[in-house]
Design a protein around this ligand. Sequence first.
Ligand code: IPE
Ligand code: IPE
Ligand code: MG
Ligand code: MG
Ligand code: MG
Length: 393
Amino acid sequence: MKKTKASKIALQLSPKAIHFQKYYAEKKKIIDQQISKYSESLRKKASSSQAGYPPKIAQAMTYALTAGGKRLRPILTLMGYDALLHLPLHHLAARPRPQSDASVDQIKQVPAAAKSFRQQVVKIALALEMIHTYSLIHDDLPAMDNDALRRGKPTCHKVFGDAMAILAGDALLTEAFTVLAQCGGGQPATLATLLAETTRAAGIKGMLGGQVLDIQSQDISMLSQLQAMHHMKTGALIRFSLCAPFYHAQLHKTALCQALERYAIALGLLFQITDDILDYTETKENLGKPARSDLRNNKTTYLSFLSVAEAYGHAEKALQQAQASLKKISLNIEASAKTPRGVGIEIGRGSSLSQKTNTAKQHNLAADASVRKMNETLTMFSELAKFVYSRKK
Ligand code: IPE
Ligand code: IPE
Ligand code: MG
Ligand code: MG
Ligand code: MG
């Protein structure tokens, strides 16, 4: 087979890409541990008479959850958390500070608040992977894509039967909300935002709505319609996964979060265009799911309109859009770091000039360190987009 641009990129790993692999693996470990812990407790409770639920449902849920997978969505949540954590405070200070900024100061500076916020973010990540896994169980059902393999294993309905697989999907979706309900940090407004935004991403205006369009995809006659479907069925959950920590901190209206949303929207499109391509070009052994499922199901995909090379061209455009959003963030953060600082820093009335100068210097040093950390995080986002472009499964 002719070598595609993507496979060439994969062969030449840059130091940044190697660093990214390590970064991704560390995040994946956190998610996999969280999933094992959750699954273990579900299974353990199932065997006790007080569990309140039938053991079978726990088996079917945990079968799908622990089968593997890239864990892209929950990893994005942890990456969103990194961006939030490294958000330079001087950058926030460059605009009128709403009340909610107080929570960022706490997350950054008060150890107990930081710990509890991080624990909640990891739980949100778990909930989002539960929702994603539910969508895969249902997507594979005979009434949908009728696929027999997922994450390298027989699909949930092949092992547990159609009825139990439908219920396992329903269970993962509803139980995800039980997990989310623990993530409000005692703030009703935060919890309400989290629940509403998760529903928006996963529901009829997001992933589920996109799946409806997918089922009717024979009606799609233009690439722009297909793109709109991809934004819904795949992009919506990816966008929210990344931005969830900002919603949690009530910082979703910041310019930074909005720019990250634009990155995530481009990433979601890139992800589904390449999924369409891989369905056609890769083997089932490599994919861990059946190859050419879309052809068999007569689905409208990017390859219904374009050749593989042309579809990669569209993927590359989405990749560039994602990179452009990151570049903007980086320029913005650096520009705000250059604005005169030391203004508005609280120094006691009696401070001498040298004390004032020292405090200003310390603030500037801290700001420079934040900018550096933020740029490192943005590099990981950039490497993630390249990984999505060149992945093989
Ligand atoms: C598959 O998602 C469904 C799509 C939206 C294309 P992933 O490719 O992320 O599946 P896993 O989680 O790695 O198995
Ligand atoms: C599914 O798209 C998107 C979901 C929301 C589950 P696909 O049907 O293309 O996903 P795969 O290829 O089966 O993973
Ligand atoms: Mg499908
Ligand atoms: Mg499918
Ligand atoms: Mg697919």
